[in-house]
Design a protein. Sequence first.
Length: 202
Amino acid sequence: MFSWMFSWSFVVAACLAGLFPAQSRGEEKAAQSGTIAVKVPASSLLMTRQETGETRLDRSFSNAGLSIGGKKYATGIGTHATSMIPLPVPENPKVLRLEGACGIDDGADGDGSVEFRVMSGSEVLWSSGVMRRGMAAKKFSIPVAENGIRHLYLMADRVDNNSYDHADWVDLVWKTVGSVQRSEEHTSELQSPLNLVCRLLL
C-alpha cells in the first residue's frame, strides 16, 4: 500500500516539476519555434531600386510609423513605387515560406495606386492586384523550400502614375522547418502514457 502511494506521489510530483511536459507546454514550444522575423541586410538596402526617395526599415516612406487601412504596424519596410527590394532567403534554419502583408501607407497625402508582387527572378510568385490608400493590408504566404529559391524580390509597381505611391511591406516573417519538427515532437509527447497521466492529474 505504501509503495503504491509513493509511486503515484512521485508521478504527481514529476508532472508538477515539468518532467513530463503537459499539452500547453508543447504548444508553447511549437509557437515559439518556426518563425523568424525578416531582417533586411545592409547589402539588400544598397541594391534596392526606387524611383524616388529612400527605403526605410520599420518606418514609412514619409519617415512616420507604418500604417495601412487604419492599422498600425511595428515592423516592416517603407518604400515608394516603383521599387524593387532584393531579399536573400536564409540557409539555416531551412525556410519553408515567406509570410507578410502589404498596402499603401495611410500617411500618403493623396490617393496612390500600387500593385505589389513577390518575385523569384522573372517569375511572379504572388501579386496583390491594384491597391489604393485606405484599403486593408493584403496578406500573403509564399512557398520557398520546394522551389529551392535562394533570392526573392519585393516589387511595388505604380499603376496610374507614381504620385503618392507610398508602399509598405509589413509583418514579414520566415516560416522555418522548426515548426514541423516541434509539431512532431509535441505529438510524441502527447502519445506518451506518462504524459497522458499528467494531463489527467493536472
